[in-house]
Write a new protein. Structure first.
Length: 210
């Protein structure tokens, strides 16, 4: 099984590669790196990302705070990913990772556009601090039967196609939220179409862990 870990040396190498392409000399945070890559002229960004990410990886564990735009998109062998400190999954971060069965991102606050679209093997996601989900972030998650959002306020649903072609819109999945906000979810205009699939975390401890 191949394994990829992103540490400080790896991030330094990413930063050096970006500076070599852009001609800039400023220090960059991990979150700024994805933005800089997006700004590289057409053709160069794809080449740069391909040289940094081995598309044959099957497992990754990292302390990165942000999983960048299309960072692991179409890594067809990736089955497990752990980013325990990440607060954002940017656009297309794991798009079409069809083999991904386990994703550990408890602290993520934002699921950006298409972040997990096409992750057809995912069955469960558990978020502690999720506050925003953007367009098609969870579309084509055909086996995602358990979505747990532990945030003590209603997570913002920014589009009506977030769950397009998912187990939830197919009537096979459920969204688990804190009991104290469950009714607020059901009354919220963006969440109301999924009201019948919203359950209280505390009432299903065997599934959610309470």
């Amino acid at each position: 099984m191949s394994k990829l870990a992103i540490n400080s040396e790896t991030l330094k190498g990413v930063a050096d590669a970006i500076r070599a392409k852009t001609g800039k000399s400023e220090l960059m945070t991990a979150s700024q790196m994805a933005e800089e890559i997006s700004g590289i002229q057409a053709g160069e960004s794809d080449l740069l990302i391909e040289t940094l990410i081995d598309r044959s990886i099957s497992y990754i564990e990292s302390d990165a705070m942000v999983v960048g735009t299309y960072c692991f998109g179409m890594c067809s062998h990736l089955s497990r990913a752990s980013f325990p400190k990440a607060i954002q999954l940017q656009s297309g971060a794991f798009i079409s990772c069809e083999a991904l069965k386990e994703l550990i991102v408890p602290k993520v606050q934002l699921l950006d556009n298409y972040a997990l679209s096409g992750c057809g093997s995912l069955t469960k996601l558990d978020f502690e601090n999720l506050t925003q989900i953007n367009t098609q972030a969870l579309s084509y998650t055909i086996k995602l039967t358990t979505l747990i959002i532990r945030t003590p306020s209603v997570c913002k649903l920014n589009a009506d196609d977030v769950f397009e072609y998912s187990a939830i819109t197919g009537g096979e999945g459920y969204i688990y939220v804190p009991l104290e906000v469950a009714d607020l979810y059901k009354m919220d205009m963006s969440w109301s179409p999924y009201a019948e699939y919203i359950r209280a975390i505390e009432e299903y401890p065997d599934i959610t862990g309470g």
